[in-house]
Design a protein around this ligand. Structure first.
Ligand code: NAG
Ligand code: NAG
Ligand code: NAG
Ligand code: NAG
Length: 465
């Protein structure tokens, strides 16, 4: 096993060295001739050439530059500073009238690559650049053909300003313009044409946050008031759509869930003492989310959709907390409170409690109907007691006045106790009635706020594409 592998290894080494020798030899033979010609060609071309002047035979005619942009990657979209950082390949093609040669004089050599600094280059710049340093594209090589056609491919990382409209965040789409034009030459000197009516997206690396919808190009010719010459530019519009699932999961869903808790605050029993603190906690949680959103947005006048949702939800929760405080006041109406007004009794206790299914009061105090019954009984008892005392005095005429006095005292005491009891029952009933009113109102507002939260969630979901 070991020997056989060694043999194979030796064979491989032998073969590869010989194959390498052969290729170097054969190719070297081919290129050595062309290499000489290429050097001669470059020497001849550059002898009287200057890269400073526009290479046209007739200075009145325009030089046509064809521009082709390949969008390779969207590196970043900074909404706050309104800057799009993109990685572009910029291809410019033009004809140089002084860099032509006869193929046959140079052994059929028809194309050479030379540093771009040796030849004249159009001074195309990105007009809406947002970069600090004004460096142009990289000094890559240019491809020079025998008929004078020069192709210059240069990669560039561009920072371009872009008007970001976040009113539909996180369901927004953006359009960023990349405007290219010559900085010094006017349209009669250097004319730019579009190589294709859209940017090339075949090598585009997908972005995690943005979906690229297209990159149409358009040519604009601007005539300034000062001068009669046209100034052409080519504008590529990068059309982007935000992938919103990240924001749905991280900003919208938590807000939905939290805001559904807020109406439940009305359902919480008042005696737990947590009603108000639940509302305030929810409000604080929403504030945190709102800060996160506000931090990444430009401080513009158009409030994003999600911001509007937060504001609406926070307003709602503030209102619900305030209402809770009022209802708590009603709930804790003590013994000194006025009796429940008649209209409230009819409206809230008779009708609304049935609509919102509030039946049991859930308090220790007896219900109003049983109170009246017991008070009636106690009155009966008292009359009976009075009656019996009268019969007793009638039955025994020779009784002492002391005994009679004791009887009346007893009756008065029993009456007093009965009254106290009756009064206590009435107070209890009153308190229970207020509590019931508070409970019915709680239930009423709970459903109202549930509907509001639901409608708001539907509205914001309706804006999603
Ligand atoms: C360059 O210019 C010189 C003098 O003007 C001329 O003699 C020479 O032929 C030119 N070379 C080429 C390659 O045109
Ligand atoms: C540039 O293109 C225009 C038309 O597109 C043409 O008339 C003109 O001759 C071209 N210029 C050159 C130098 O080829
Ligand atoms: C972007 O370019 C297009 C086409 O030239 C133009 O209609 C649009 O107004 C430009 N947008 C901005 C924000 O400049
Ligand atoms: C222009 O772009 C389209 C779509 O990207 C492509 O099919 C076509 O070949 C391009 N045309 C040229 C001249 O490059």
């Amino acid at each position: 096993m070991f020997i056989s592998s060694q043999i194979i290894l030796k064979f491989l080494v032998f073969f590869s060295t010989h194959a390498f020798k052969c290729t170097t030899f054969c190719l070297g033979a081919v290129y050595s001739a062309q290499g000489q010609y290429a050097q001669k060609l470059l020497k001849d071309l550059m002898e009287n050439y200057t890269s400073d002047l526009r290479p046209v035979e007739d200075t009145d005619s325009a030089l046509n530059v064809t521009l082709l942009i390949t969008l390779s990657q969207i590196k970043d979209m900074d909404e706050r500073n309104q800057v799009l950082i993109a990685y572009l390949w910029i291809r410019q093609v033009w004809h140089d009238a002084y860099l032509k040669w006869n193929k046959d004089d140079y052994d059929g050599l028809d194309i050479i690559q030379i540093p771009s600094s040796l030849v004249w280059r159009p001074d195309l710049v990105l007009y809406n650049k947002a970069d600090d340093d004004f460096s142009g594209p990289m000094d890559t090589n240019v491809k020079l053909r025998y008929n004078g056609e020069i192709t210059w491919d240069a990669p560039a990382i561009t920072k371009s300003s872009c008007v970001v409209d976040v009113s539909y965040f996180p369901f927004d789409s953006q359009q960023c313009n990349l405007t290219f034009g010559s900085w010094t030459y006017n349209g009669n000197q250097v004319d730019i044409t579009m190589g294709n009516d859209s940017g090339d997206l075949s090598d585009f690396v997908e972005n995690v946050e943005w979906k690229l919808l297209g990159m149409p190009a358009s040519k604009n010719v601007i005539m300034y008031g000062c001068c009669p010459d046209p100034y052409p530019d080519i504008t590529y519009t990068v059309r982007l759509q935000r992938r919103s699932s990240f924001y749905i999961f991280n900003l919208l869903l938590p807000c939905f869930l939290i805001s559904f808790l807020a109406p439940l605050g009305f359902y919480l029993p008042a005696d737990s003492g947590e009603k108000v603190s639940l509302g305030v906690t929810v409000l604080l949680a929403l504030t945190v989310f709102q800060l996160v959103v506000a931090e990444s947005m430009p401080p513009s006048e158009s409030v994003p959709l999600i911001g509007k949702y937060y504001i609406a939800t926070m307003t709602m929760i503030t209102a619900s907390t305030a209402l809770t405080i009022f209802i708590m006041n009603i709930h804790f109406c003590g013994a000194e409170a006025k009796p429940v007004p008649h209209w409230a009794k009819v409206l809230i206790i008779d009708y609304m409690s049935k609509i919102f299914f509030v039946y049991e009061v859930g308090e220790n105090c007896a219900s109003p109907s049983s109170t009246s019954q017991s008070s009636h009984l106690s009155q009966d008892d008292v009359t009976h007691l009075n009656h019996s005392s009268q019969t007793q005095t009638n039955g025994k005429p020779g009784n002492s006045s002391k005994q009679e006095e004791q009887h009346t005292k007893l009756v008065r005491n029993v009456e007093y106790i009965a009254n106290c009891y009756r009064e206590q029952k009435a107070t209890c009933a009153k308190v229970a009635e207020w509590k019931k009113i508070a409970k019915v109102m709680d239930r009423f507002f709970m459903w109202i706020f549930f509907v509001m939260v639901f409608v708001m969630s539907i509205i914001i979901m309706g804006k999603a594409p």
